[in-house]
Design a protein around this ligand. Structure first.
Ligand code: TPP
Length: 844
C-alpha cells in the first residue's frame, strides 16, 4: 500500500520517534510522581512517623529509573505536593511547572536572605525559651518544633504585599499564638510578659480572657519595604471555631476596601493538625470558598503540624495518612513541608502566595515538625510518647541546625537577643496596667457597648409617603422581566400594603425596613439557607424570570444613591454560616447583618458561635457586634424539631446587657426592631424569634399606621381591656391565640400583654403595664414551651420582683426532655389545654 504523506505531516525519522517515545515515557513516570510522590516524601523531621509508603506505581527500573530519580527529586524531598485532584488542567500545569523548576515561582519571588531566615528562627525560639525560664509551669503553648512558621509568614506576607495586599486577617488557635503576636503581629514582648505577670486583675474581674486567646493588631514591615496591617482575630479555646469568623471579617474588610478588595486583604488561618482533621466547622468554612456572597479571594491555611494533638498520635487524630486530607475534597493544592528545611518552607510560602493571587484559591500548607514540650508546658509528654520525647530531648532547635547549615555563627546575636528579651521581661514585672494589644479601626469609634444604655428614643417610624415610595420600588421590575404568576400577585398585594389598602405582613414589613435602611445608606446583608426566597415562602427578595432564570433584586433598585442589599442562600451550614456573619458584623458595624436559621432549633449546630462569640465576645474581648439572628419559632404541631428555637438558651446567656432577645408580636414590631438595631449606635447582637404560621396571619399583621409610629415597643400593652382582674403575659404566637380565644369566649377582665423584648429586661415598661391594671391581682406567665424550657425560669423571678403583693402564676406544658410532641393531634390537644388553663375552663 502506498504511503500517503502531506506537506504538513512529514514522515518522522526513527530518532524522532525514539525522542517522542522517550518524552512519552518521561511524562508517564513524572505523572506517577505528580500523583503519588507525596506518599514517599521525607516529611517528619524526626523520621519517626510518615515513613515513605510502598507505592507500586512509583517503582521504575531500566531506562525509566533515571526519569524516576529526577521526578523523585521534585516530589519526594522535603516538599510533598497534592494537586492532581484539581480538575482544572491549567492550574495543575501551573503548579507542575513551578514544582519541577520549569517556571519561576512568581514575579514577586526574590530569593530570601538566609540571614533573615536565621534571625527569625532565632527570635521564635528564644522568645519561648525566655518564657520557659521565667514562667516555668505556665501555659503558653510553645511553637518550638515548628518555629519555621515565623519565616513562613514573613515570606508569605512579603509576596502578598508585592501583589498589592495592604491588610491581612489572621486566625489561629493556641499553638504559637504568643510567638506570632510578638514576632509577626509586632506586639511588644514586654506586653506579652505582663500578661504572664497577670498585672491589674481587678480591671477584669469576671471578664477578660487568657493571654493566648485575645486578639491583636499590628503593622508588618515586609522585606520589600511595604506594610501590611495585621488583624489577629480573638479566638476561643474551641478549636477551629474562629475559621468562619475570620472569613467573615475578611469579607467585610474586603468590601470596605472596594474594587480589588480580595487582592488588598489576604486571609490567613493557622490550624493544629488534630483540629484540622477533627473539627467539622473547618470543612463548613472551606466549603464557602467559592460560594457567591462568601468569597474572600482564597485563604492560606497553614497547619502547624506537630504530629500530635494533646496526647493523641497521628493515627488517632485522622482516619487517613495526612490530617489535611479533609481539604482534598476541594479543588485546591495541598503542600506538606518538612519544617526543618527552611529553604523548602520559604519556597512553598512563595508558591502558596503566588497561587493564591493567580487563582484566588485556597491553599493548604502542612508544616510538619514536632512539639518540643508537653501539650501545654505543665504536661509531661514522656508519659504518653516516651520514644518520641526521648528523640526530641536530644534534638537541637531549628535555628542551630540552620545556622550550621548555612555556616553562620549565631552565638553573639543570640546573646544580644536573649538580653533584650530578659530586659523586656523585667520591665513587665513593673507594669501595673494590662496592655491593650488590639486597636479598633476608626469606623468603630461612633458605636458603643457596655456602660452605655441604649438610646431608645431613636426614631424608627417612616412617613406614609416614604412607605409608599419604597413599596413602589420593591414591587417594580423591568418591563421585559417575565414574572411568575404567583409572585406577580404577591407584589400586587405588597403594593396595596404600601398604599395602606391592606395590612402589612411580616414579609412586607421586613422588605420595607430593609428598603428604608438602604435609602438611608445603611448596607444590609442577609444570609441563610434558602433565604432569598424564604423558607416559608415569605420573602421573595430575589425575583426569578420564568423564561431564562435571570434574577432581579428590587431592593437594589430603589434609589440611585442607595446602599447595597446583599441576600444570599448559604450552604447548608449553621456554625460556618453564623460564624461568617458574626465575623462580618465585627468588621462592619454600620451595616445590618442578619443570619437566618431555617428553623430556630438548627442554630444549635452553631452553639459554639453563640456561646463563645456572640454572647460573650464583649465580656471577653471588649469586641462589639450587631449581628442579628433570625430564628423561626413557635409550636405548630410540626414535631420535636421545627417547634422551638430554644428561647431558654439565649436567656440563660443573657447578662451585662450582652445581647437583645426579642420576639416581635406583629409585622410592625418586626419592622421597628430591625430598624432600631442599626439606627441605634448601641452595637449588640440581636436574637429574634420570628414567626412561621403567623407570618401572614391576620392577628399579627399591622396597619400601615403602626409603621409610622415612632418606635419598637419592648412591651406591647393590651389597649382593649380595662379593669383587668387577671393579666396574662406572654411572648409570640400564644399571645395571639389567647386573644382570639378570649374574643370567642367573650372573656372580660383578662388583659393579654406581649413581652416583645425579653432581654434587656424591660422593667420600666412592665411596671407601667402593671400599673395600668391596678386591679389585676393575678399575673400569669403563659408559654407554649414545657416548664423546663421557654422563658419561664427567666421571667418568673423578675416578674415577682415587679408584682409586689400580686400573685405570679404560670401556665406551660409539663416539663419534657424533648421540646414538642411528634403528633399534630396531640399538639392540638395540648394547645387547647394550655389555653383553657390560661383563660380559665370554658363554661360548657
Ligand atoms: C473543640 C475543642 N475540643 C477540644 C479541645 C481541647 N484541646 C485543646 S488543644 C487540643 C489538641 C489540639 O491538637 P492540635 O490541633 O494538633 O494542635 P496542637 O496543640 O498540637 O498544636 C485539644 C484536644 C479544644 N480546645 N477545642
Amino acid at each position: 500500500m502506498a504511503t500517503i504523506t502531506t506537506p504538513e505531516i512529514a514522515p518522522r525519522s526513527s530518532s524522532a520517534f525514539r525522542e517522542e517515545g522517550r518524552e512519552h515515557v518521561r511524562e508517564h513516570v513524572f505523572d506517577a510522581f505528580r500523583r503519588w510522590g507525596y506518599l514517599q516524601a521525607q516529611l517528619d523531621p524526626l523520621g519517626q512517623y510518615l515513613a515513605p509508603a510502598a507505592v507500586p506505581e512509583l517503582s521504575f527500573d531500566g531506562p525509566d529509573a533515571a526519569f524516576a530519580e529526577e521526578a523523585r527529586g521534585y516530589y519526594c524531598g522535603s516538599v510533598a505536593a497534592e494537586f492532581m485532584h484539581i480538575p482544572d488542567r491549567a492550574r495543575r500545569q501551573w503548579l507542575q511547572e513551578r514544582l519541577e523548576g520549569a517556571a519561576e515561582i512568581g514575579p514577586a519571588s526574590e530569593t530570601p536572605d538566609p540571614h533573615r531566615t536565621l534571625d527569625l528562627l532565632l527570635r521564635a525560639d528564644l522568645f519561648e525559651q525566655v518564657i520557659q525560664s521565667r514562667y516555668l509551669g505556665t501555659k503558653r503553648f510553645s511553637l518550638e518544633g515548628v518555629t519555621a512558621l515565623v519565616p513562613f509568614l514573613d515570606e508569605l506576607l512579603n509576596h502578598a504585599a508585592e501583589h498589592g495586599a495592604v491588610s491581612a486577617i489572621l486566625g489561629m488557635s493556641h499553638r504559637g499564638r504568643l510567638n506570632v503576636m510578638v514576632n509577626v503581629v509586632g506586639c511588644e514582648a514586654a506586653d506579652i510578659f505582663s500578661k504572664f505577670e497577670d498585672v491589674d486583675p481587678r480591671s477584669i474581674l469576671g471578664g477578660g480572657d487568657v493571654k493566648y486567646h485575645v486578639g491583636a493588631t499590628g503593622v508588618y514591615p515586609t522585606r520589600g519595604g511595604k506594610k501590611i496591617d495585621l488583624h489577629l482575630v480573638s479566638n476561643p479555646s474551641h478549636l477551629e471555631a474562629v475559621d468562619p469568623v475570620a472569613a467573615g471579617r475578611a469579607r467585610a474588610k474586603q468590601v470596605r476596601l472596594g474594587a480589588g478588595g480580595e487582592d488588598k486583604l489576604i486571609p490567613i488561618v493557622i490550624h493544629g493538625d488534630a483540629a484540622f482533621a477533627g473539627q467539622g466547622v473547618l470543612a463548613e468554612t472551606m466549603n464557602l470558598a467559592t460560594i457567591e456572597g462568601f468569597t474572600i479571594g482564597g485563604t492560606i491555611h497553614i497547619v502547624v503540624n506537630n504530629l500530635i494533638g494533646f496526647t493523641a498520635g497521628p493515627g488517632e487524630v485522622s482516619a487517613s495518612r495526612f490530617a489535611t486530607d479533609v481539604a482534598k475534597r476541594l479543588p485546591i493544592p495541598i503542600f506538606h513541608v518538612n519544617a526543618e528545611d527552611p529553604d523548602a518552607v520559604l519556597r512553598i510560602a512563595a508558591l502558596a502566595a503566588e497561587y493564591r493571587f493567580a487563582f484566588h484559591s485556597d491553599v493548604v500548607i502542612d508544616l510538619i515538625g514536632y512539639r518540643r514540650h508537653g501539650h501545654s508546658e505543665v504536661d509531661d509528654p514522656t508519659v504518653t510518647q516516651p520514644l518520641r520525647y526521648a528523640k526530641i530531648k536530644d534534638h537541637p532547635p531549628l535555628y542551630q541546625i540552620y545556622s550550621q547549615r548555612i555556616g553562620v555563627d549565631i552565638s553573639e546575636s543570640a546573646k544580644a537577643l536573649q538580653a533584650k528579651l530578659v530586659e523586656a521581661q523585667k520591665e513587665a514585672t513593673a507594669r501595673t496596667k494590662m496592655p491593650v494589644l488590639a486597636h479598633l479601626p476608626e469606623y468603630w469609634s461612633q458605636y458603643h457597648g457596655r456602660g452605655h444604655k441604649p438610646e431608645y428614643e431613636v426614631e424608627t417610624g417612616l412617613t406614609l409617603d416614604e412607605i409608599a415610595t419604597i413599596g413602589e420600588g420593591l414591587t417594580s421590575y423591568p418591563a421585559e422581566f417575565h414574572i411568575h404568576a404567583k409572585i406577580k400577585k404577591l407584589l400586587e398585594q405588597r403594593l396595596e400594603m404600601a398604599q395602606g389598602k391592606r395590612p402589612f405582613d411580616y414579609g412586607m414589613a421586613e422588605a420595607v425596613a430593609i428598603g428604608s435602611l438602604l435609602k438611608q445608606q445603611v448596607p444590609v446583608r442577609l444570609t441563610g439557607q434558602d433565604s432569598q426566597r424564604g423558607t416559608f415562602n415569605q420573602r421573595h427578595s430575589v425575583l426569578v424570570d420564568i423564561e431564562n432564570e435571570n434574577r432581579f433584586v428590587p431592593l437594589n433598585h430603589l434609589a440611585p444613591d442607595q446602599a447595597k442589599f446583599e441576600v444570599y442562600n448559604s450552604i447548608l451550614s449553621e456554625a460556618g454560616g453564623l460564624g461568617f456573619e458574626y465575623g462580618f458584623s465585627r468588621a462592619f458595624p454600620g451595616a445590618l447583618v442578619m443570619w437566618e436559621a431555617q428553623f430556630g432549633d438548627f442554630a444549635n449546630g452553631a452553639q459554639i458561635i453563640i456561646d463563645q462569640f456572640i454572647s460573650s465576645g464583649e465580656d471577653k474581648w471588649s469586641l462589639l457586634s450587631g449581628v442579628v439572628m433570625l430564628l423561626p419559632h413557635g409550636y405548630e404541631g410540626q414535631g420535636p424539631e421545627h417547634s422551638s428555637a430554644r428561647v431558654e438558651r439565649y436567656l440563660q446567656l443573657a447578662a451585662h446587657d450582652n445581647m437583645q432577645i426579642c420576639q416581635p408580636s406583629s409585622a410592625a414590631q418586626y419592622f421597628h426592631l430591625l430598624r432600631r438595631q442599626v439606627l441605634r449606635k448601641w452595637r449588640k447582637p440581636l436574637v429574634v424569634f420570628t414567626p412561621k404560621s403567623m407570618l401572614r396571619h391576620p392577628d399579627a399583621v399591622s396597619p400601615i399606621e403602626d409603621l409610622t409610629r415612632s418606635r419598637f415597643l419592648n412591651v406591647v400593652p393590651d389597649t382593649e381591656t380595662r379593669n383587668a382582674k387577671r393579666l396574662l403575659l406572654c411572648t409570640g404566637k400564644i399571645g395571639h391565640e389567647l386573644r382570639v380565644e378570649r374574643q370567642k369566649r367573650g372573656t372580660e377582665h383578662t388583659a393579654i400583654v406581649f413581652l416583645d423584648q425579653m432581654y434587656p429586661w424591660p422593667e420600666a415598661e412592665l411596671e407601667a403595664e402593671f400599673a395600668r391594671h391596678p386591679e389585676a391581682t393575678e399575673i400569669v406567665w403563659v408559654q407554649e414551651e414545657p416548664a423546663n424550657m421557654g422563658a419561664l425560669s427567666f421571667v418568673m423571678p423578675r416578674l415577682k420582683l415587679i408584682a409586689g403583693s400580686r400573685q405570679v402564676l404560670s401556665v406551660k406544658r409539663s416539663a419534657a426532655a424533648s421540646p414538642a410532641t411528634g403528633s399534630a393531634k396531640a399538639h392540638d390537644l395540648e394547645q387547647k389545654t394550655l389555653i383553657d388553663m390560661a383563660l380559665g375552663r370554658k363554661e360548657e
